[in-house]
Design a protein. Structure first.
Length: 170
């Protein structure tokens, strides 16, 4: 999407929700504290780097030559869910669902940079995401299936304990 003459005060969150109608990115605190508005911003130079960013804090004008991926862009029930979405669902990591898109996008960005992260990296990736309903155990249970520790110890995969996936291209 190319926006001609963007309002310099417009945030990415406002643009996504109001201009593009992409409401999967949620408005929570509007201060960058809850992570409900997390999206992935990618910059492609000599190497690719993907960042989980709070859309409520990102000025639209700062995204020149950047790719923005929202939760709608990685999968849906109408198409096919992305493995990150499937795993949080299988682990019952979503109760009211408000925080889920932000959590999913934080995990997705982590996996785009590191397909088999360590548990410390997983915990660090979620420092900016809050959940008020479920608690974090089922969320982390779903996402730890992607970690290096789980990959090396997972000798008996099952539907509730799937092996990590390595193909993470959208």
């Amino acid at each position: 999407v190319v926006e001609k003459n963007p309002d310099p005060e417009m945030t990415l969150l406002f643009y996504l929700r109001r201009k593009l109608g992409l409401t999967g990115t949620k408005l929570g605190c509007a201060e960058g504290g809850c992570g409900a508005c997390t999206v992935m911003i990618s910059r492609f130079n000599l190497d690719s780097h993907h960042l989980a960013v709070n859309a409520c804090l990102a000025p639209l004008c700062s995204l020149h030559l950047a790719a923005v991926t929202t939760v709608e862009g990685i999968g849906s029930t109408a198409r096919k869910l992305h493995p990150v979405q499937e795993r949080i669902s299988h682990a019952h990591g979503s109760q009211c669902g408000f925080c889920t898109p932000g959590l999913v996008m934080s995990m997705y960005a982590l996996l785009r940079n590191n397909p088999t992260p360590h548990m410390e990296q997983l915990h660090q990736a979620f420092q900016g995401n809050l959940c008020r309903c479920t608690g974090y155990r089922p969320i982390l249970e779903g996402f730890k299936t992607f970690t290096l520790v789980n990959y090396t110890l997972n000798l008996h995969p099952s539907p509730t304990n799937p092996p990590p996936l390595h193909l993470l291209t959208p």
